[in-house]
Design a protein around this ligand. Sequence first.
Ligand SMILES: *[C@@H]1O[C@H](CO)[C@@H](O)[C@H](O)[C@H]1NC(C)=O
Ligand SMILES: *[C@@H]1O[C@H](CO)[C@@H](O)[C@H](O)[C@H]1NC(C)=O
Ligand SMILES: *[C@@H]1O[C@H](CO)[C@@H](O)[C@H](O)[C@H]1NC(C)=O
Ligand SMILES: *[C@@H]1O[C@H](CO)[C@@H](O)[C@H](O)[C@H]1NC(C)=O
Ligand SMILES: *[C@@H]1O[C@H](CO)[C@@H](O)[C@H](O)[C@H]1NC(C)=O
Length: 338
Amino acid sequence: MIIPYNCTGEITLALVFKLFYSLFLFVGVLFTAPAILGLEHVDDTCKSLLLKGRYNATGHSVADSSSSSVTSDLRIPQVIHHGMIRLVAVVGERHSGTTYLRNLLKANLDPVSHFVRDNFCSFKHFHQVKRDPCPDLNLTLAVVIFRNPYDWAMSMHQQCYCRKTNQEYQAYMENVTFSTFMTRDWIQDVYSELAQPPWRGPLTDPQSGKSYYSHIMQCRAIKIRSQLAIASWAPHVEFVRHEDILHPRDAHRWLSRLIAKYKLLPSKSRTLRPIFLYKGMEQERSFNAGKAMSESVWFNTSLLETNKTVREQVHLVTKMMDQTVEVQELCYGYLMSA
Ligand SMILES: *[C@@H]1O[C@H](CO)[C@@H](O)[C@H](O)[C@H]1NC(C)=O
Ligand SMILES: *[C@@H]1O[C@H](CO)[C@@H](O)[C@H](O)[C@H]1NC(C)=O
Ligand SMILES: *[C@@H]1O[C@H](CO)[C@@H](O)[C@H](O)[C@H]1NC(C)=O
Ligand SMILES: *[C@@H]1O[C@H](CO)[C@@H](O)[C@H](O)[C@H]1NC(C)=O
Ligand SMILES: *[C@@H]1O[C@H](CO)[C@@H](O)[C@H](O)[C@H]1NC(C)=O
């Protein structure tokens, strides 16, 4: 296949080409998008709150076969007069793609004009409330990322990042099955136990006096509500699904919209820089969107069909999750039938 492009920034284009080449390997092997329910029935308040930050997502992100001019599609619009936003603050639950999103923004926004960080009014994984350490909200764009509850819960079971020390973590997680993990008290979670009202867990630990949640999905639901509520006190908030920016084509679409909407200054590179590596971490990790999607139960439903354990896990997540939040309030209709 010949991909036409004019020769500006060959290196970036070569990388884009390389990534797309590997992604094309997936074309033909179709991902089946899970049934996305509820989207047609979201009420108007919900729509105006959430969909303002959402491009017309398809719910799945397979490179389509009509992409003969991939590289020119990935051109980033150039903005001459940029707006007020100086700080872009990424917010999201663990395993929602915050590191990926931060790197994507960092790589594609002009570093002199926009500082991108993992902190809004608190570190990205905490409940955010308007309080003293908030940056100047008029100059800040908060970007909140959500991920489907299925991949999310399974990732949390792999590594919950929920204890202060490794030792406590080991003690808490040793031999804990998915079902136990999903149903037991969600207590002493480092990113939730300090939640302020009204986001506090409904239960109280008599020993420490700290609040906790009946189970992990209740904690997730309340945190999602707190994240949606940011729009009620911060003037510039965008909501995005992890699923909608994983594929470079989707990432590009979303970023282009974001740049135009907030008059952000893009980086000097004239095309999207997709993320291959997580930099700035103790260990560089490579990132491969195709691989991530093939291992995701949300994208690759054959995992569900061929594996009974996965089916049971999906069933349990559906049962435990707060469907009002996941399907209606989140507007995206995160629901799979197992
Ligand atoms: C989304 O895009 C599809 C095809 O591009 C179009 O048919 C559909 O009406 C769009 N939906 C919304 C809500 O804009
Ligand atoms: C933020 O913008 C609003 C509306 O333009 C203005 O009323 C307010 O004074 C600004 N706040 C700060 C701290 O600049
Ligand atoms: C966890 O499982 C391993 C292997 O079956 C066993 O040796 C160990 O004692 C178990 N630990 C706990 C805390 O049950
Ligand atoms: C879906 O997962 C199965 C099992 O791991 C794998 O063999 C297959 O290649 C995946 N499908 C896609 C489209 O990635
Ligand atoms: C089924 O899924 C579980 C959970 O992801 C995994 O541990 C197991 O290896 C899978 N089984 C097969 C046969 O792929």
